[in-house]
Design a protein around this ligand. Structure first.
Ligand code: KIV
Length: 258
């Protein structure tokens, strides 16, 4: 196992929390890395906050490869994980082939959405020695099927299914698992039930780590911010201010000689 990945597993054992943020380009990745982030996720949220798609289902392998390479050029310390995009891991063979391409582009590991149903695809990747973080709970790539971003773990059946998913991805060799929009009490139960780190998003504070879309955290995508995000900066306002200042200056400077 990659020592960088081992160190993430060791953090859970020591009770040290893991901080994960997304980046899709050189400057943001470099800023996150220089700030000491543990993991940079080249998430397929790229599709929504950078490419302007309504959800993540239109993101392609080509786009993920392009952005992974940009992030990899910037990062010296953090672990880089890249999402396998929608429909890129429908069979174990395709999952492995596409995971290998992302590693060749500079990722240290990959992430895919799904639990027990994706066991064969996860095993194909992890048995080939590629570190994999799974993603269970609300699965953004299934948003059209599900009809929205809904909290998981509300019924005993859902809780049982989530626990089964978490155990299945651990057994299949995942080194960590994202819990998205899982009821906090259930996220805590899963975190205690498995030995790999759980990384929560909208799932309460009792996971082994937290992940956010950086654009949400810093206010760089101001048109929509999920309820669970506590914004730490208002970068869009800074940009608007700088652009207004430039426009005023450009339009108020008289042309010499006129
Ligand atoms: O695509 C992404 O950014 C993600 C995180 C929100 C977990 O999957």
């Amino acid at each position: 196992m990659d020592p960088r990945i081992d160190s993430l597993r060791a953090m859970k054992q020591r009770g040290e929390k893991i901080a994960v943020l997304t980046a899709y380009d050189y400057p943001l990745a470099r800023l996150l890395d220089e700030s000491g982030i543990d993991v940079i996720l080249v998430g397929d949220s790229l599709g929504m906050v950078v490419l302007g798609f309504p959800d993540t289902t239109l993101v392609t392998m080509e786009q993920m490869l392009h952005h992974t390479a940009a992030v990899a050029r910037a990062v010296k310390h953090a672990v880089i994980l890249t999402d396998l995009p929608f429909a890129s891991y429908e069979t174990p063979e395709r999952a492995l082939e596409n995971a290998r391409q992302l590693i060749d582009a500079g990722a240290h590991g990959v992430k895919l959405e799904g639990g027990a149903a994706k066991r064969a695809e996860i095993e194909a990747i992890t048995h080939a020695g590629i570190p994999l973080m799974a993603h269970i709970g609300m699965l953004p790539q299934q948003v059209r099927l599900e009809g929205g971003y809904k909290v998981k773990g509300k019924t005993p059946d859902e809780v049982e299914a989530l626990l089964a998913d978490a155990r299945a991805v651990e057994e299949a060799g995942a080194f960590a698992v994202v819990l998205e929009l899982v009821r906090p009490a259930v996220a805590e139960q899963i975190t205690r039930a498995i030995s790999i780190p759980t990384i929560g998003i909208g799932s309460g504070q009792n996971c082994d780590g937290q992940v956010l879309v950086t654009h949400d955290l810093i206010g760089l995508f101001p048109w929509f911010t999920p309820k669970f995000v506590s914004r730490e900066a208002h970068v869009a306002d800074e940009i608007r201010g700088a652009v207004s200042a430039f426009i005023n200056q450009a339009k108020s400077t008289p042309t010499r000689g006129s």
